[in-house]
Design a protein around this ligand. Structure first.
Ligand code: NAD
Length: 466
């Protein structure tokens, strides 16, 4: 398969062989064969391999960021941030090899000990999207491996070299053969084999709701453990007392960074009428300053969309938005020679968007921001919660009562106060509620829970006459 740079379609970003179902079966068999020895490798040693992978990734950071930029289109500074985040995840999860214990619990019976241990599941499958082609595979591989599982990774077809490089890094630090396998191929074939195979005990999926709900249903038939992290429609609420300079910077970063192709992107800003005019004019002025271009140029802020399909989808939403709301900025494909060979869309802001309109409800996955004006905090919260998704969220205010009320009532797996919706750290759980997420959370210490079975142990040491 030939992958072209979405910023310049004349450039080939990577060429990779696509695999089919029989190769997926071989990968599953290799993972199954490698499991007993990996399971018996002490967890601190498994963790050490992750730490070594982190160090090797750090050495390859610049090259890997450029690969990411060429394949996905993300600006090189954001690509570097993604690689750095992946290193943090590996470093943090390496330590779990020394911490991953169970609990000792008081027994009802005298001379009895009750405790729990965490044990690996066996072969686990990971199916990943193109938008964080390094960080997402890493945040699945790291907890799966440190917990003693073996894995078959099915990465997105659009970003094959990013995935291959991760696997090569693990090979480079001596991970035993068969512990981590990658099969690149069509979701309906290679991904489907992972979901259907009785030898795969769990599926960790990140991607669209359409595919995720299909996978969740199929995994249930095989009684497989399954976690699905899917779409988002993340709100930022800006109240009348907010620091507007801070809110402007955070919203623009959250909406247009990575061309809006993030599950945590800010796609709705819900603003109190009292400050709406001023805030909107600041937003437009700041968004105008963004430099859109080939991500390989160091001053680029916003790169292209990932492929033609994504490009057409976003252009379609722009036309819908023009009918539903007031267009303040962008709303079109970028013209001119600098953009003619790539999938470039202008950062777009719609104002006076109704909370129940299409652009306010559906995940667009592009550089498109909807401004929704409200009378007060209660209406803002209602609007923020009015979508089917529930991944990230944020509020800008200095009112402590409103802050705690928002944290309590916002329907999102992640929430921020006076910060962008897109921020997350390796040691914190990550995932959404409502239609965004099904199954246990990823990242942080809790990531291990998905990749382990909990065994309850009772030991009776009462002395009995022999
Ligand atoms: P997608 O669902 O089209 O594809 C994701 C993966 O599933 C790919 O590897 C694909 O090949 C595979 N796949 C497709 N059909 C399959 C099938 N029938 N069986 C098994 N596997 C199959 O998603 P995408 O377009 O790559 O990614 C964008 C989506 O991902 C957006 O909706 C975004 O919000 C979401 N996302 C969510 C999170 C999160 O943590 N919540 C993070 C990043 C991206």
């Amino acid at each position: 398969m030939e992958r072209r740079n979405p910023a310049d379609l004349r450039e080939i970003a990577s060429i990779m062989p696509l695999s089919t179902r029989p190769e997926a079966c071989e990968a599953i068999a290799a993972a199954k064969a490698a499991f007993p020895a990996w399971r018996d490798t002490p967890a601190p040693l498994r963790g050490k391999i992750l730490a070594q992978a982190a160090a090797l990734m750090d050495k390859q950071k610049d090259a890997l960021a450029r690969t990411l930029c060429r394949e996905e289109g993300k600006a090189v500074k954001e690509s570097l941030a993604e690689v750095q985040r992946s290193i943090h995840i590996l470093e943090f999860t390496a330590g779990e090899g020394r911490r991953m214990g169970g609990q000792t619990i008081p027994s009802e019976c005298a001379k009895n000990v009750a405790y729990t241990i965490k044990q690996p599941l066996g072969v686990v499958g990971a199916i990943t999207p193109w938008n964080f082609p390094i960080a997402i595979p890493v945040w699945k591989i790291a907890p799966a491996l440190v917990a003693g599982n073996t894995m078959v990774l099915k990465p997105a077809e659009l970003t094959p070299e990013c995935a291959a490089t991760i696997v090569q890094i693990f090979q480079g630090v001596g991970l035993p053969p068969g512990v981590l396998n990658m099969v690149l191929g069509a979701g309906e074939e290679v991904g489907d084999e992972l979901v259907q195979s009785p030898d795969v005990r769990a599926i960790s999926f990140t991607g669209s709701n359409e595919v995720g709900s299909h996978i969740y249903a199929f995994a249930a038939r095989g009684m497989k453990k399954c976690q699905c992290e899917m779409g988002g429609k993340n709100p930022v609420v800006v109240l009348r007392d907010a620091d507007l300079a801070l809110a402007t910077e955070s919203v623009v970063l959250g909406a247009f960074g990575s061309s809006g192709q993030r599950c945590t992107a800010t796609s709705r800003v819900v603003v109190e009428n009292a400050i709406a005019d001023e805030f909107v004019s600041r937003l437009v002025a700041r968004a105008r300053e963004l430099k859109v271009g080939n991500g390989l140029e160091p001053d680029t802020d916003v790169g292209p969309l990932v492929d033609e399909q994504q490009f057409r989808t976003v252009l379609r939403y722009l036309e819908i938005g023009k009918k539903e709301a007031e267009l303040l900025l962008g709303g079109n494909r970028l013209p001119g020679p600098a953009y003619e060979h790539g999938y470039f869309v202008a950062p777009t802001i719609f104002d006076h968007v109704k909370w129940d309109s299409v652009v306010a409800q559906e995940e667009i996955f592009g550089p498109v921001l909807s401004v929704i004006r409200v009378v007060d905090f209660e209406e803002a919260l209602r609007v923020a919660n009015s979508v089917k998704y529930g991944l990230s969220s944020s509020i800008f205010t200095n009112d402590a009562r409103r802050i705690f009320d928002f944290i309590d009532r916002i329907e999102a797996g992640i929430t921020h106060v006076n910060a962008p919706t897109t921020m997350s750290e390796a040691q914190m759980p990550f995932g959404g509620m409502k239609a965004t997420g099904a199954g246990l959370r990823e990242m942080g210490r809790v990531a291990i829970d998905f990749y382990t079975e909990l065994k309850a142990v009772y030991i009776d040491y009462t002395s009995r006459p022999s």
